[in-house]
Design a protein around this ligand. Structure first.
Ligand code: SF4
Ligand SMILES: [Zn+2]
Length: 367
């Protein structure tokens, strides 16, 4: 499943690489203490498979995403390389990072009345041996396997690194925990994915990865990017709604919608500064969800979630910049994710009276 020769947009690739190099050159070398701590970790409310629960998320610092560090420069909206070491990192640091977060939070997890989902992020691919070695992966799985409170496990990977053997090992150590492999599909549309996002991923390779996961009884979580660059609000709604429908047909277990947020030193940040990109409006996201989940039937077969970074700010999903206007939307979205009840997203005049809705309606086909 090679990602090479997929991207036809040479100009875009050159521009992305320009920003990537800038970003790499601006990076400071981290000392040993920093390398032994993860980028971040937290516990917060989340939707488990069939009820509310808590997530324990850890962002590990690795060498960085091979797609971003390679000849194609990575995805147009991504600035995750900021959190990476770029140079090869001794794997003991990754074990230390994981253990640090784990030890800090284990008491909180075991004493909480809720069940947990653990999400291991590494701003790249968990299954890429250049980022995380086989031994480190096994260490992580064994630690998780010992905690009964953790019911679900999510890791992220580009399809290139998902193999039968890796899934099999993961499954055999984690035994009866529910596993999801998260894949950044972004959209079911090959043209948007590879020409606007520069993802270097064909839909048919995603289908192969699904097949492999299903064969190993591992669930699939698909990430969709809400409002990639170069498309307007209305097209973003249509593209995302179309992607959700297709993924539901494919019996994907979880769909996680990521409204684009402006990340540092990404190509999209450059477009944003030039007023050629505006992060999505909440109104659009809600329309898309209401359109696809008109009744709650879809939500019986798939978990739909969204936890937008930078929500309510200029660089994240927002309506106007009034605090109350965005807070209503953030609260409604959170309620929808936790309850999987689409009615949570129906905002009417009694709970929102912001006049930016009119501005949105006038602009949605042009911005
Ligand atoms: S979005 Fe994912 S695949 Fe794309 S460059 Fe960033 S980390 Fe790599
Ligand atoms: Zn408003």
């Amino acid at each position: 499943m090679s990602t090479k020769k997929i991207n036809g947009n040479t100009l875009l690739v050159e521009k992305i690489k320009e920003f990537r190099i800038l970003s790499i050159n601006r990076k400071f070398k981290l000392d040993k203490i920093e390398l032994d701590k993860p980028v971040s970790f937290w516990i917060k409310e989340d939707r488990l498979l069939s009820k509310k629960g808590k997530e324990f998320a850890i962002i590990l610092r690795t060498k960085g995403c091979s797609w971003a560090l390679g000849d194609y420069g990575g995805c147009s909206m991504c600035g995750y390389i900021q959190d990476s070491t770029i140079e090869k990192i001794d794997q003991i640091h990754i074990i230390n990072q994981f253990n640090y977060a784990f030890e800090e939070k284990i008491n909180e997890i075991t004493s909480d009345e809720d069940d947990f989902i653990i999400k291991i992020y590494n701003s790249g691919s968990f299954f890429d041996d250049d980022e995380i070695s086989v031994d480190v992966r096994e260490h992580i799985f064994k630690k998780i396997a010992d905690v009964p409170k953790i019911k679900e496990v999510v890791i992220e990977s580009r399809v290139d690194y998902i193999t039968n053997e890796k899934l099999n090992t993961m499954k055999s150590i984690l035994k009866n925990k529910y596993i999801e492999v998260a894949i950044g599909l972004e959209t079911v549309n090959d043209y948007i994915r590879n020409n606007y996002i520069n993802k270097g991923l064909k839909f048919k390779d995603f289908l192969d990865a699904i097949h492999l996961c299903k064969k190993n009884e591992v669930g699939i979580r698909a990430y969709l990017l809400f409002k990639p660059p170069f498309i307007n609000e209305q097209t973003a709604i249509d593209d995302c709604a179309n992607s959700i429908q297709k993924l539901v047909e494919l019996k994907i277990n979880t769909i996680s919608i990521n409204p684009l947020n402006i990340q540092k030193n990404s190509l999209v940040e450059y477009l944003f500064y030039q007023n050629r990109y505006r992060p999505p409006w909440f109104y659009s996201l809600f329309k898309c969800f209401l359109k696809t989940c008109k009744n709650n039937d879809i939500l019986k077969s798939v978990r739909i979630i969204s936890s937008p970074s930078g929500a309510g700010t200029k660089r994240g999903i927002h309506n106007c910049l009034k605090r109350e206007c965005n807070e209503i939307m953030i609260t409604a979205l959170k309620e929808f994710v936790l309850t999987q009840n689409i009615n949570s997203l129906i905002i009417n005049d009694s709970n929102s009276s912001c006049d930016c809705l009119l501005k949105y309606q006038l602009q949605k086909n042009f911005i």
